[in-house]
Design a protein around this ligand. Structure first.
Ligand SMILES: [Fe+2]
Length: 491
């Protein structure tokens, strides 16, 4: 009897002890602190800094663990965003040319390990550029991921990846979660330089800014996307936001001009979503014409070497252009195709009206999933192995910049079953290095008041192009557009 009382008391005590010890921990673990939507982005000095973003379902503390003794981590306030909690931080104090391992999360839960490598500041720079995955379904995101993996296979030593925008279609929780489900593992191991697409920013306020931790101190606005710039090796790269009043305001053009005049890097590169030169479905709207007539003047003035864009889901590369004419010391424009599966037909009616035929004859163009291409006479040449997702690589070595475009075939594989990747375009630019001089050294931030004051003049400029130049072209093209709609079922 005595023994069983002793047993019961012991059990009771043990149970009480268990409750005392484990109740707080159990309560704590009922919170969902698992980090998701993790990205590592360029943020300021690419040799010493990176920006991090991740989300949690519940509100938690933020913690980054990284194998760098000198790391100085600045956490932003955790903010609720569309039902989840957004964490962002800037890690500074890194050493140029080092590869780091990191995890993100909270004190209680950390992510799997990811890696990135900082800029070693030499004049060898390699990067990947993809555009317009613009997916909703998991299947379509998978196509985009396959293309990115093919790019990484082709350029395993890429320093960073430029995503030229339209990550998703509707930019809502469901789509970003599917994007994360598909791209999440790959995203842990590279640095991204993201560009705001119209599907990421326009009429989707603050989504872009809440998905990537970027240095937006000089951005003219942060509501519908952001503009920013960074150096990598001997390249200066400016990222524009073409959701800024449906294209770019005069405030952003002024920022770009100062930004490009404020660098002495050898190569000046611009990444933006909408394209000044396009033969896709958006080529017929006023914003494309405005960009080709107005923004290109800034590129001409500042000696921009390469402009990469997306938006029209086809591949085009121009020869060097200045003042909308062929010029050896001009700017090369690349419309970077689509990494995804939504591909746009060439709108033939744009030729000769929106774009001079003499231009088109000098361009490298592929269409219809890149199976068809312009040979100077016809759009109807087809190469079956070139139907697939498009990716691009840029390699800079001192005074030489090599640009390549590739297609990962949708259906075909190599004989051993491996990915069939075809190099569909290549081009090289050369220049004498050390020639660019800094001619702007002032403050390049735009105050809110200054930005607001620029809106009406910007609108007037757009209106002048729209009604003075675009509308006559559009009216003239109406019969051809109708024919395109009826015969080709394209608008
Ligand atoms: Fe777009």
């Amino acid at each position: 009897m005595k023994k069983s009382v002793f047993k019961a008391v012991s059990l009771l005590l043990a149970f009480s002890l268990l409750v005392c010890v484990f109740t707080p921990a159990f309560a704590e673990s009922s919170k969902d602190e698992t980090p998701f939507r993790i990205s590592v982005s360029v943020n300021g000095d690419t040799g010493t800094q990176r920006g991090f973003t991740w989300y949690t379902k519940d509100n938690t503390d933020s913690l980054i663990e990284i194998n760098c003794e000198n790391a100085k981590i600045t956490y932003k306030d955790v903010t609720e965003w569309q039902g989840n909690y957004c964490h962002q931080a800037v890690v500074a104090g890194l050493t140029p040319g080092e590869t780091y391992e990191y995890t993100v999360g909270s004190k209680a839960v950390q992510s799997d390990k990811g890696t990135f490598t900082t800029d070693n500041k030499d004049s060898e720079v390699n990067f990947i550029a993809i555009a317009d995955v613009q997916a909703s379904s998991e299947e379509n995101f998978m196509k985009g991921l396959d293309t990115l993996l093919a790019a990484e296979e082709t350029m395993p030593d890429a320093d960073f990846t430029v995503n030229l925008g339209d990550f998703t279609n509707e930019s809502d929780n469901t789509e970003w979660d599917t994007y994360d489900k598909v791209f999440g593992t790959a995203n842990m191991d590279y640095t991204i330089a993201p560009v705001a697409g119209n599907h990421d920013g326009f009429n989707r306020p603050y989504w872009f800014n809440n998905m990537f931790c970027l240095d937006t101190t000089e951005s003219v606005q942060v509501k519908n996307g952001v503009n920013y710039s960074f150096d990598y090796g001997n390249c200066h790269i400016a990222v524009l936001n073409t959701n800024d009043m449906m294209s770019v305001t005069l405030a952003q053009m002024k920022w770009l001009k100062n930004d490009m005049n404020g660098t002495d890097k050898d190569w000046k590169i611009v990444a933006m979503h909408k394209s000044p030169y396009t033969l896709g479905k958006d080529g017929k709207w006023p914003d494309a014409l405005y960009l080709s007539k107005s923004l290109t003047k800034v590129f001409d003035e500042c000696g921009v070497d390469l402009v990469m864009s997306g938006h029209d889901h086809q591949y085009i590369r121009t020869k060097a252009l200045k003042n909308n004419k062929l010029s050896d010391d001009g700017t090369v424009y690349v419309l970077a195709g689509t990494a995804g599966s939504k591909r746009y037909e060439i709108r033939k009616f744009l030729a000769g009206t929106y774009m001079r035929t003499s231009f088109i004859n000098t361009m490298i163009i592929q269409k219809n999933g890149y199976g068809n291409y312009w040979d100077g006479k016809s759009w109807d040449n087809t190469d079956e192995k070139n139907i697939g997702g498009c990716f691009n690589t840029v390699s800079v070595n001192g005074g030489k910049l090599t640009f390549n475009s590739y297609i990962l075939s949708d259906e075909l594989t190599n004989a051993d079953g491996s990915r069939l990747i075809t190099n569909t375009d290549t081009s090289t630019l050369t220049k004498e290095t050390g020639k660019n001089k800094i001619t702007f050294t002032g403050d390049n931030t735009t105050s809110e008041a200054e930005y607001n004051l620029s809106i009406i003049p910007s609108f007037c400029c757009l209106a002048v192009y729209a009604f003075g130049e675009w509308l006559p072209k559009f009216l003239y093209s109406v019969p051809a557009i109708l024919k395109s709609v009826i015969v080709d079922d394209t608008f």
